[in-house]
Design a protein around this ligand. Structure first.
Ligand code: GAR
Length: 203
């Protein structure tokens, strides 16, 4: 069975969607570790409640050693690393060791509203400011860039005229909670073929 590590920085609602789908039998994998890059992230509490092994790291203390520390913890222990609201940049050897084996969820339709500094509520504020009529989320592979890896899955929502950024965020988040477990299932069920930027999913 596919073994995964889930990395979080905050509330962990995306982590919760993975836990729920595993528990319901919809997703066929095991979470070996939940790792946070900051002390006190609520995602860690969710993992503890689900009986999952947790590791809390301090990004301020580890600085440029953060990715290497994570590599040391997961190397040889997991098949896939899932960034579920993880806000530090992944860099260094972990990108080679886990090539095509790190995925991230981003709350926009990439390549719009992504890249450095574009995360969380800021994304939804920018979408509204621009006057977009649609928004959505993207699950993609992680490479050397920020939000530049090949796209695995995207889900679209409507932007309504009276939306606040919080209301839009909630609508997108509902789709994230479907998209991320679905993307993991492509790896778990060996349905995914990766050829450069072109990702194909067996029906
Ligand atoms: C999610 O909306 C996720 O897409 C976003 O942070 C939120 C975390 O929520 N990630 C990024 O913006 C990454 N660039 P959660 O902690 O409740 O899963």
């Amino acid at each position: 069975m596919l073994k995964i590590a889930v990395l979080v920085s905050g509330g962990g609602s995306n982590l919760q969607s993975i836990i729920d789908d595993i528990n319901s039998g919809a997703l066929n994998c095991t979470i070996e570790y939940v790792i946070s890059d900051r002390i006190g992230a609520y995602g860690i509490e969710r993992a503890k409640k689900a009986g999952i092994k947790t590791i809390e790291l301090d990004r301020k203390e580890l600085k440029s050693d953060l990715s290497n520390t994570i590599l040391g913890l997961v190397k040889g222990k997991v098949d896939l690393i899932v960034l579920a609201g993880y806000l530090s940049i992944i860099s260094g050897d972990i990108l080679k060791e886990f090539k095509n084996r790190i995925i991230n969820i981003h709350p926009s339709l990439i390549p719009s509203f992504c890249g450095q500094g574009m995360y969380g509520i800021k994304v939804h504020e920018a979408v509204l400011e621009y006057g977009c009529k649609i928004a959505g989320c993207t699950v993609h592979l992680v490479d050397e860039g920020t939000d530049t890896g090949a796209i695995i899955i995207q889900k679209v929502v409507e932007v309504k005229e009276d939306d606040s950024s919080e209301v839009l965020q909630k609508r997108v988040l509902e789709q994230e909670h479907k998209a991320l477990p679905e993307a993991i299932s492509y790896f778990a069920d060996e349905k995914i073929t990766i050829e450069g930027r072109q990702i194909k999913i067996k029906k």
